[in-house]
Design a protein around this ligand. Structure first.
Ligand SMILES: O=C(O)CCC(=O)C(=O)O
Ligand SMILES: [Fe+2]
Length: 402
């Protein structure tokens, strides 16, 4: 049985700021995680975020791919991310949607992408409202964190971290149906195409199979090999009708999906089926602090000692109306490892799960340098100063390998 972690609860609205700072210090030294209550986000807004998030992820893949991730904003499909490539060659079993800073930091225009207003009329407004409130909570929380580190309450403002900070809201959906590990995973499960004809371009990696007799059991699947410079053409359902079944559509399972005529999505390396599938594989967050809203479905686990083997994982339970806050790697550097950026992951719960993670990271030009209050003769600075933007860019490059 996995043990549940009893995390401290910090009240953001408490008039006793010193006590709040003391409990933050203890929580960040021991766990790198705590609950934050009275953060100024109404329960009703948490619920609306999950409702709207569910509406988006329920759209057909083709509609979601209209806002596919560009410049770290927009939709990333199942298996597109792998937070821990060392433990699993499959991507993580989650789909997500990223919303970057509402006030852009570098470009004159905003790079955020939004689902069509006709399809989801109140979606953007709900997410923007949540984004702003999470930022406001994060800023207030950082002044308590500064107190907890024995520096001025406005330390993070003074070093420029909160002047147009890098803020990303990541909406997440972990599908329930992949919970069981003995189910087979398909790049694309058996189907026929709906239309007239499909022209399919392949990259030489095998995977496409057809079954010529769909009504005979067990089904017999044959590989369709790639031919350099050629399209693989297949007949769709409408052509089958037209030809009164003279021309036959075939069922096929492929690792490539053809989305409209323009968009080819490579689903990713699925590896062998005996590897474990994670909702989100083991990782620490890159930035300053993360404020996480969860929907009550379990799955989040933390490992307090990342270097001890075997790793011991403990559950982090949902607390109604609270954010789960965790410290990121940049804050760990800032505090010379006094505050811990703890390894965490999401295990499949056998049930669909939604969460919304708000990453509050310093302005890209802010230099992150070990705090004097966290260094001593016996514990000298462990990291050289680094520009926040350079650090984040490298971490993102490693995660997305792009
Ligand atoms: O979904 C969760 O509970 C955690 C997500 C997470 O750790 C992340 O997105 O960095
Ligand atoms: Fe995380």
């Amino acid at each position: 049985m996995t043990e549940a972690l009893r995390l401290p609860v910090v009240d953001l609205s408490s008039p006793d700021r010193v006590s709040a700072a003391v409990s933050i210090r203890q929580a960040c030294m021991e766990y790198g995680f705590f609950y934050l209550v009275n953060a100024g986000v109404e329960k009703e807004l948490f619920e609306r975020v999950f409702e709207e998030s569910k509406k988006f992820f329920s759209l057909p893949l083709e509609e979601k791919m209209r806002v596919a991730r560009k410049q770290h904003r927009g939709y990333t499909p199942l298996y597109a991310e792998n937070l821990d490539p060392a433990s699993s060659s499959k991507g993580d079993s989650k789909e997500s949607f990223y919303i970057g800073p509402l006030e852009e930091t570098t470009t004159p225009f905003n790079l955020n992408q939004w689902p069509s207003e006709e399809v989801l009329p109140s979606w953007r407004q709900t997410m923007e409202s949540f984004h702003r409130k999470a930022l406001s909570a994060g800023q207030r929380l950082l002044s308590l964190i500064a107190l907890a580190l024995n520096v001025d309450e406005d330390f993070f403002q003074k070093v420029g971290a909160l002047d147009k900070p890098l803020t990303f809201l990541r909406l997440l959906r972990y599908p329930g149906e992949l919970g069981s590990l003995d189910e087979e995973i398909y790049g694309a499960s058996a189907h026929s195409d709906y239309g007239m004809v499909t022209l399919l371009a392949t990259d030489g990696v095998p995977g496409l199979q057809v079954c010529q007799e769909k009504d005979r059991q067990p089904r017999v699947w044959k590989n369709v090999l790639h031919l350099d410079g050629a399209f693989i053409v297949n007949i769709g359902d409408m052509m089958e009708r037209w030809t009164n079944c003279l021309f036959r559509k075939k069922e096929k399972g492929a690792a490539i999906l053809l989305l409209s005529n323009i968009c080819l999505l490579f689903v990713g390396e699925l590896g062998s089926l005996d590897e474990e599938i994670y909702g989100a594989s083991a990782h620490s967050d890159y930035g300053m602090v993360t404020l996480l809203a969860t929907d009550g479905v379990p799955g989040l686990q933390v490992c307090q000692e990342k270097d001890r083997q075997p790793r011991v994982w403990k559950n982090v339970l949902h607390l109604d109306g609270a954010f789960i806050v965790n410290i990121g790697d940049m804050m760990e550097r800032w505090t010379n490892c006094l505050f811990r950026s703890t390894l965490h992951r999401v295990m499949p719960a056998g049930k669909e799960r939604y969460s919304a993670a708000f990453f509050l990271d310093p302005n890209q030009d802010c230099v992150v340098e070990c705090l004097e209050s966290c260094c001593s003769e016996s514990s000298p600075a462990r990291f050289p100063p680094i520009r926040s933007g350079d650090y984040l860019k490298e971490r993102l490059r490693l995660t997305y390998a792009s």
